[in-house]
Design a protein around this ligand. Structure first.
Ligand code: AMP
Ligand code: GLY
Length: 422
């Protein structure tokens, strides 16, 4: 089968890497891909949000399955456009993708189907929001309703920060129309974790757990990032939590999909806060997490293409999905200035010196005019390995990171090393 993977980050690299090892996969294209993805797929120069460009390419090249990595094309309705051409797509349609594309939609959904989540109100009127903000206490969480490239959630520690955030989102429209509405939420304290699941119209199958570390510095300090590293399995995700998530979140979510007539197919990512008052859903995402996917797919034994086709054809309930017993670890190498800014064009060396079994997934890389691999974004590489345990995997990863170099390279030294759960 011919597959087109949409996107160009570490998540899409590991998806292409996994698919490239599978017997039923003949050809993989990736739009737009990156310097690392070129090793395992043919990269085509089409942006992930160029819906028409992707559709035309898929039709012309007789693509059997399109796998959509990032949320933006899903929210724009790429799936609907492709399905109208009779092309199979792994990724939810526009209607279902509102679960990530609109905080207001997802909060209403959770409330309606009794899925535990933080108390909230939504506002389209900035003055009303400002007048009522005190009711939530401080800190308070302010969320732009729409997509804001992962930057639309602000935790304001006092009133002046909260008013500033409202001015920025609703007044200055820093995130454009995504800020026409805000969701204001009570601040939840606890341990954050997440779970990824394969979903079709009848079934929702959670994957093995992975722990993401979002802060830039060790011991969970400094500003939030897209994710600085992951390991799998996550020790917090024990049998009790698995049962609670199954009963209070996943089953109720599937029930909600059925009742709302939402024909969800693809990945559901559930962000959770484990609080003293029970588990609460922070957010839904309608795609694989990055860099959770690097650790999880390294452990996946079953062919990903088979699982994806089963989801598209509504056959997930018949799938037996197997994982390796090994643990996995992925450490992100970021460029100078990340997360406030990023640095492009720094030459990366040492990628050819990795030990067997250590895979470097490219997040933000490109080739320069001399054909050398250079930095091309904030998160640059995800050095990933299996090991007897996630700690063993982490040891292999850190040993190999020492051989990689680029100017301004920064990374956390505690991923998977000790189980710091915050
Ligand atoms: P979201 O995109 O809604 O997951 O928010 C991004 C990040 O903000 C989450 O991963 C949490 O770290 C944090 N966050 C979101 N909502 C809350 C909340 N109600 N209380 C505390 N932290 C939150
Ligand atoms: N690693 C968090 C995310 O993909 O949203």
């Amino acid at each position: 089968m011919n597959i087109l993977v949409v996107g160009g980050g570490g998540r899409e690299h590991v998806i292409c890497w996994k698919l490239s090892q599978e017997k039923n996969v003949d050809k993989i294209y990736c739009a737009p891909g990156n310097a690392g993805i070129k090793e395992v797929a043919e990269c085509v120069d089409i942006k992930d949000v160029d819906i028409k460009g992707i559709k035309d390419f898929a039709v012309k090249n007789k693509i059997d399955l399109v796998v959509v990595g990032p949320e933006a094309p899903l929210v724009l309705g790429l799936t609907d456009e492709l399905e109208a051409e009779g092309i199979k797509v792994f990724g939810p349609d526009k209607s279902c993708s509102r679960l990530e594309g609109s905080k207001s939609f997802s909060k209403h959904f959770m409330e309606k189907y009794d899925i535990p989540t933080a108390k909230y109100s939504e506002y389209t009127d900035i003055e009303k929001a400002k007048n009522e903000i005190d009711e939530f206490g401080y800190p308070v969480v302010i969320k732009a309703d729409g997509l804001a490239a992962g930057k639309g959630v602000i935790i304001a520690k006092d009133k002046s920060e909260a008013l500033e955030a409202l001015d920025m989102i609703m007044g200055d429209k820093k995130f454009g129309d995504a800020g026409n509405m805000v969701v204001i939420e009570e601040f939840l304290e606890g341990i954050e974790t997440s779970i990824l699941a394969f979903v079709d119209n009848d079934t929702i199958i959670p994957m093995v757990s992975a722990k993401d570390h979002k802060k830039i510095f060790e011991n969970e300090t400094g500003p939030n990032t897209g994710g600085m590293g992951t390991f799998s399995p996550s020790p917090i995700y024990d049998e009790r939590l698995e049962k609670v998530v199954r009963e209070e979140v996943l089953d109720r979510t599937l029930e909600g999909f059925k009742k709302e007539g939402l024909k969800y197919k693809g990945i559901l990512f559930v962000g959770l806060m484990i609080t003293e008052d029970g588990e609460k859903v922070l957010e839904y995402n309608c795609r694989f997490g990055d860099p959770e996917t690097q650790s999880v797919l390294m452990r996946l034994e079953t062919d990903l293409s088979e699982i994806m086709l089963a989801a598209v054809d509504n056959r997930l309930k018949d799938m037996e999905i197997k994982y390796k017993e090994d643990g996995a670890c992925c450490v992100i190498l970021a460029s100078k200035g990340y997360p406030e800014s990023s640095h492009k064009g720094d030459v990366i060396t040492g990628l050819d010196k990795m030990d067997d079994g250590v895979v470097v997934f490219h997040s933000g890389t490109a080739f320069d005019d001399n054909g050398e691999v250079v930095t091309n974004g904030g998160r640059v590489l995800g050095v990933t390995s299996l090991g007897a345990t996630s700690e063993e995997a982490a040891k292999k990863v850190y040993k190999n990171i020492e051989k990689i170099h680029f100017d301004g390279m920064q990374y956390r030294k505690d991923i998977g090393v000790k189980y710091n759960a915050q």
